[in-house]
Write a protein that binds this ligand. Sequence first.
Ligand code: AMP
Length: 283
Amino acid sequence: MYLFKKVNDLQQHLNKIRKNGGEVGFVPTMGALHQGHLSLIQQSVEANDCTVCSIFVNPTQFNDNADLEKYPRTVAKDMAMLTSAGNNVLFLPDVSEVYPPGLNTELKLDFGDLANVMEGYFRPGHFDGMAQVVKRLLDIVQPHRLYMGQKDFQQLAIVRNMLTQLEMPIDLVMCAIIREEDGLAMSSRNVRLDSSLREKALLLSQTLQEGRLKMPSKTPAEIQDWALKELTIPSFKPEYFEIVNAITLQPVKKFSDAEYVVACTAVWVGEIRLIDNLIYKEE
Ligand code: AMP
């Protein structure tokens, strides 16, 4: 696996690949890799001549400094995992390489209501920072395909919207959520859960699943109310449990209101904020 820390070195390498007709797949991450990340790498490796994974803990998308500081960093282990997954190139830039002084990387896009709900509501500024770094990384890597996880459903919707607004000809591939054996969605933040919270954390996926079983007899609002009560246990603080149109991300009143419906939740488990989602309806 090649390791590049500098934009120029990475671009020289990728230019050669593209010149020879090679296609590039890109998997942006913040590191502390797990099987969820590796599933994105594997899908890219299968479909592209060269897979680039970036590891960059992007300061502009953290609205909480403590969260940024405590974000797990495990580069040596990440490199071993990437190598065994068949990844071709790791891009590991410093902050000054992504945001060089003098380069205006600011991105002024209006994501409308997509960015006002759920994560956008509870993490003000998060999606502006996320879109800024994804745009900057896409400009650097110029991939044919971009791989992102369904785990961050709203992030994916916003990146899809950004690619459309900017007319960037990149295929966005949504990859399924990889879960632990008990159903907990894999996340870099899970390592920060102590054993008792780790055990309780499976309540997120359980509630999403049980909520879906209630669909024939309950309205989305009734399921939401029920779910928020289920998730209100000691050490837990649910922020939202929303059942939304999976395209517009706006709440649905009836399940028949949309063809594609997803339930999304964010819960503080102790001091760790976890998110998860489950498709409720897809036609
Ligand atoms: P992150 O390092 O958390 O920014 O995630 C990098 C990419 O991996 C994003 O596109 C995530 O949606 C995706 N991802 C994170 N967790 C999972 C998971 N459990 N299953 C599948 N993809 C995931």
